[in-house]
Design a protein around this ligand. Structure first.
Ligand code: GRF
Length: 190
């Protein structure tokens, strides 16, 4: 598995993948980290780990298509065969999804199909549900709707604030994402 990880911000899930590769739990190589935000903290994580970074602000391009075509060119040049979206705040176009059909995965902070969208933790908290969760799923043209690879429930406790719930969900994410990718890597080797 020759992986590209896509980030837009803090990159804690990217860090969990870096750590899993380093410890041998995830038998993969992170060939490149792709980022759309030049200010993202994830860039520092990549630099520290010696992972090549491709930072391409979409503002520099005439269209989403132009932006993505350049990214696909970079991925092909690095021999990338799997893509892990890790807090990448852009919706991929059908062109991109076709280019890597079946080999793009995402992590989402809810037990899908509940609470799709960019504010899943906040929405679950506001809805007053007893449990939410984390899902690692395949990426298709429809947002947060591809087949799940692994899902885990996370209880919402009566004393939870949004911050404590967020922290518990992120801790689950950091375990679940490496496990899901390790599963895919094992299947790919068979
Ligand atoms: C995570 O909650 C992930 O599920 C969602 O965006 C957040 C990214 O956090 N897609 P980080 O950048 O990995 O810290």
């Amino acid at each position: 598995m020759n992986l590209a990880v896509f980030c837009s911000g803090y990159g804690s899930n990217f860090q969990a993948l870096l750590d899993a590769v380093r410890s041998g739990k995830l038998k993969a190589r992170i060939a490149v980290m792709v980022c759309d935000n030049p200010k993202a903290y994830a860039i520092r994580r990549a630099a520290k780990a010696g992972v090549p970074v491709c930072v391409l602000s979409p503002k520099l391009f005439k269209s989403r298509g132009d932006h993505e075509r350049l990214i696909v060119g970079v991925l092909k040049s690095q021999g990338v065969d799997w893509i892990a979206l890790a807090g990448y705040m852009r919706i991929l176009t059908p062109y991109f999804i076709r280019a890597y059909r079946g080999r793009i995965v995402n992590i989402h902070p809810s037990y899908l199909p509940a609470f799709k969208g960019a504010h899943a933790i906040r929405d679950a908290y506001a809805a007053g549900v007893k449990s939410t969760g984390v899902t690692v799923h395949h990426v298709t043209e429809e947002l947060d709707s591809g087949r799940p690879i692994l899902r885990q429930r996370v209880p919402v406790r009566p004393k939870d604030t949004l911050a404590t719930l967020e922290a518990r969900i992120h801790a689950v994410e950091h375990r679940l994402y490496p496990r899901a990718l390790a599963l895919l890597a094992r299947r790919a080797r068979r």
